[in-house]
Design a binder for this molecule. Structure first.
Ligand code: ATP
Ligand code: MG
Ligand code: MG
Ligand code: MG
Length: 470
């Protein structure tokens, strides 16, 4: 049955309330007292003090719908059917209360009874040697045992450094025809976005010590995460997260303001989806009090915003337009996040200012580039040095593909190898800086990712690394 995003969210939270969970509102995207994380990237992240026992939870069973940002997925956004930088994660958590024996049957009950997903489209993965999970799946639910696949550490074991960790079990939905019989078929179907992972049940049962030993925890925890947009994609029978009710409303608006038709040109489609995603991230980040800047969270915000603006330019938009898209983003999420509506004018102002600042950057960059071009002409040369190309990009924030485009109009080019050299040096500097500020995980990698992205997309739009189909 077709279900809207808001209905799925409510169904999930009230289902776990019926299992005696306390419903808590989403935490801010800004981690509190947690230096290891730049932005909240999972439902469990703001609950860490309850898992480690540092703080006492208001109840030992909690359910939330958490705003998340995963900049580590930035390159996949718009290219796969299932990745966004901003998404909502539904979760049920047990702080030393229930364990696998309840978490698994409840997940199955929710998916098959409440959402009424057909059992012959569902597959489950478990960690290689987690026989306990296998036994619970096969005795406490009615899933067919041959629909359970065992996967290794990379997919089905959750750990970050030392501390609480454990195996997990994930639930997947198959949108293809026919039964999947082997692990190879299953993995291939996942790569092709035929099979979509939508729910991760993490069984935090170990404490990893400094010698790498996994010590069984006295009272293990449960941490689960279900992607709301992914579940909506499944419930609405649509191709990608960008086709679900809320996202489609935004995408339509992006099409309108950019005067671009969707599904006419696959390169433009990537831009349309990317803007749709990034404007959501940006709107939520600003509403949580983040401001564009040159470091940390503010830098993530700035790059997301500028990246969206740049793709707007690629679509031929010649004015600030992102701030106008906030209305539709807010309209779609204000019921779950009322502060969006309250801060609407503020959010729009911040975004508009930053967009205009970016436009100035572009104008300034063009002046400088024209000087470089004049110099080249005088020298009767036609290759802009790597150093200057990088300076435009790094110091003036001028997008590389624009530099190349403008040079090309003059029958010129840039020393890309030299540019890459400069970038390598920059990366090393960024890495050193990152170690200094002690940001863990993938969040600070956005810097490197964005730098890398520039080198792979300068030739226009060739997305050679397209993963899956949209
Ligand atoms: P994938 O393998 O598809 O990248 P993941 O294994 O990285 O997903 P988890 O860390 O297990 O994801 O997060 C739990 C759930 O959150 C996922 O099962 C999915 O439903 C959702 N999710 C994760 N990353 C994203 C994303 N970038 N966009 C939308 N939903 C996501
Ligand atoms: Mg992932
Ligand atoms: Mg996965
Ligand atoms: Mg996963």
């Amino acid at each position: 049955r077709w279900m809207g995003v808001n209905e799925i969210r409510e169904k999930y939270l009230s289902f776990f309330e019926s299992k005696e969970h306390l419903r808590l509102p989403s935490y801010s995207l800004i981690p509190q007292n947690d230096k290891s994380l730049l932005l909240i990237n999972a439902g469990m992240a703001p609950l860490k003090p309850y898992f480690t026992g540092q703080e006492v939870p208001p109840r030992r069973r909690v359910t939330t719908c958490q705003k998340c940002i995963r900049t580590g997925d930035i390159e996949r956004v718009g290219k796969t059917a299932r990745h966004a930088t901003f998404f909502e994660m539904l979760g049920n958590f047990s702080f030393g209360d229930y364990f696998k024996e309840s978490a698994i049957p409840w997940a199955w009950e929710f998916v098959t009874k409440v959402l009424e997903l057909p059992k012959d489209k569902l597959y489950v993965t478990i960690y290689l040697d987690d026989d306990e999970a296998f036994d619970i799946w096969t005795t406490k639910t009615d899933i067919e045992p041959e629909r359970i696949f065992r996967l290794g550490k990379e997919d089905n074991f959750w750990e970050i450094g030392q501390g609480p960790c454990g195996p997990c079990s994930e639930i997947h939905f198959d949108r293809g025809e026919g039964k999947i019989n082997t692990l190879e078929e299953f993995l291939k179907a996942g790569e092709e976005d035929r099979v979509i992972e939508f729910w991760n049940l993490v069984f935090t049962q170990f404490d990893k010590d400094e010698n790498g030993n996994y010590n069984r925890l006295q009272s293990p925890n449960i941490d689960t995460g279900m992607g709301l947009e992914r579940m909506a994609t499944i419930m609405q029978g649509v191709n990608s997260i960008f086709d679900i009710d809320t996202m489609k409303n935004i995408l339509n608006e992006v099409c309108r303001v950019s005067n671009t038709e969707y599904k006419k040109d696959s390169k433009k489609d990537v831009s349309l989806r990317l803007i749709t995603d990034h404007i959501r991230s940006v709107t939520f980040m600003v509403s949580d009090g983040i401001l564009p800047s040159n470091e940390g969270r503010g830098y993530v915000l700035r790059r997301l915003l500028r990246r969206a603006a740049r793709h707007g330019k690629l679509l031929g938009v010649d004015k600030a337009f992102l701030w106008e898209l906030c209305d539709v983003v807010i309209e779609n999420s204000k019921d779950a996040y009322p502060q969006l509506e309250e801060k609407k004018d503020y959010i729009k102002k911040v975004i508009r200012l930053e967009e205009e600042r970016f436009d100035e950057t572009i104008d300034q960059g063009i002046v400088i580039l024209n000087q470089y071009i004049d110099e080249l002409k005088k020298e009767e040369a036609n290759t802009l040095s790597g150093e200057k190309t990088f300076k435009l990009y790094d110091t003036y924030g001028f997008p590389l593909e624009l530099t190349l485009e403008i040079l090309e109009e003059q029958g010129m080019n840039a020393d890309i190898n030299g540019f890459n050299e400069e970038m390598k040096l920059q990366r090393e500097r960024a890495r050193a800086a990152r170690e200094e500020t002690n940001y863990m995980g993938t969040e600070m990698d956005i810097y490197m990712t964005l730098l890398a992205e520039i080198t792979t997309t300068f030739s226009g739009y060739t997305d050679t690394k397209t993963e899956g189909k949209v």
